[in-house]
Design a protein around this ligand. Sequence first.
Ligand code: 5GP
Length: 192
Amino acid sequence: MSAIQGRVVIISGPSGAGKSTLVQEVLRICPLPLALSISATTRAPRPDEVDGTAYHFLTPEEFERRRKAGHFLEYEEVFGQGLWYGTLEQSITDGLEAGQWVILEIDVAGAMTVIDRIPDAITIFIHPGSMQELENRLRNRKTDSEEAITKRLEVAHHEMANRDKYQHQVINDDVKRAANEVSTILQAAENI
Ligand code: 5GP
């Protein structure tokens, strides 16, 4: 990864914290040249998810082929159960070389791998308003089984326990307010 001009921005937080909606709002309001890295996953698309936009949806075999070929900057089996998620190196290098600030929306374990490899990454942890709200969001989505929801809540507690590893923490109590806060953090980092 030579001639890197842009910055890497890592956004983590429990599944159901509203990260995706928040990130879309940050992309809309922040004046910096932001781009979102599209991860690869072996989980099935939800009804509203488009391949290549939400994720690159891969079969387990294709994910494994790309992993062995060294295409991933990081990859994790986020919720166990054979569900793999990973950041494709290609998803970030093009943006960085074009001077963009590339946002990675990834779990805590993946974030630690990226920080090792890209130490000047900006790291932001998104809190759900409350754990009850997080559970409500997971249930209202009506796309996950009871077993999947239980697993996501378990992983959420683990993610929350690691929040101090991030440079910044933002509470997503109101999406517009939280997006403004993230945008301010990024603009303040512009000259660092
Ligand atoms: P979901 O299945 O709800 O789309 O995503 C679940 C979680 O997977 C997200 O909360 C996010 O933290 C994590 N995730 C998404 N993409 C990646 C990735 O490329 N790498 C890693 N390590 N985690 C990811």
